[in-house]
Design a protein around this ligand. Structure first.
Ligand code: GDP
Length: 197
């Protein structure tokens, strides 16, 4: 069976749920105690290097860049898709993510929190950052996370969808907590990435 390797990087403000989305996708679990202020993603440090056949995780630091990295392989139609997922490990505040973070990425997931309007406002900055430093043909997906908290929603789904459409991005509302649209997000990304053969 053919194997496709797809590098995917995550962008978005601290605390929107990037690590939780990755964690849900790779390990199908949710840790409410992930501490967004700590800056490093603790979970990558406590996992054994190769937790299962399908997942591998590590974190590393080279010069000023810190990133965490996980992989997951899923079968989709007649192909195996190996996602190489890069998370920012708390570098969001410094904005200038090194080009190595984006280099070779087939897709970027930009995450905001539906309960925090400001995280949606800064989405445009993340898109600009990506356009400046990311590969030109990168597939962009926007995820409105924490959709389990609709009673404290600040961002309308329609507004986010309209914005995503205007930049030709995939759009979904997700909940890492309740496992809503997480697998669907990654499947849609792999569907949109053109095959290289
Ligand atoms: P990151 O800084 O963007 O990587 O965000 P984290 O994954 O560290 O999550 C920040 C906080 O939001 C943590 O307390 C998570 O438990 C919480 N969180 C993440 N995803 C969800 C979600 O889908 N729903 C709810 N209610 N909380 C979430």
């Amino acid at each position: 069976m053919a194997l496709r390797e797809l590098k995917v990087c995550l962008l978005g403000d601290t605390g929107v749920g990037k690590s939780s989305i990755v964690w849900r996708f790779v390990e199908d679990s949710f840790d409410p105690n992930i501490n967004p202020t700590i800056g490093t993603k603790l979970f990558v440090k406590i996992l054994p290097l190769s937790a299962t056949f399908n997942s591998l995780s590590c974190s590393f630091s080279t010069g000023q860049v810190r990133a965490s990295f996980m992989t997951k392989t899923v079968q989709y139609q007649n192909e195996l898709h190996k996602f190489l997922i890069w998370d920012t490990a708390g570098q969001e505040r410094f904005r200038a993510l090194a080009p190595m973070y984006y280099r070779g990425s087939a897709a970027a997931i930009i995450v905001y929190d539906i309960t925090k309007e400001e995280t949606f406002s800064t989405l445009k900055n993340w898109v600009r950052e990506l356009r400046q430093h990311g590969p030109p043909s990168i597939v962009v997906a926007i995820a409105g996370n924490k959709c389990d908290l609709t009673d404290v929603r600040e961002v309308m789904e329609r507004d986010a969808k309209d914005y995503a459409d205007s930049i030709h991005a995939i759009f979904v509302e997700t909940s890492a907590k309740n496992a809503i649209n997480i697998n669907e997000l990654f499947i849609e990304i792999s569907r949109r990435i053109p095959s290289t053969d």
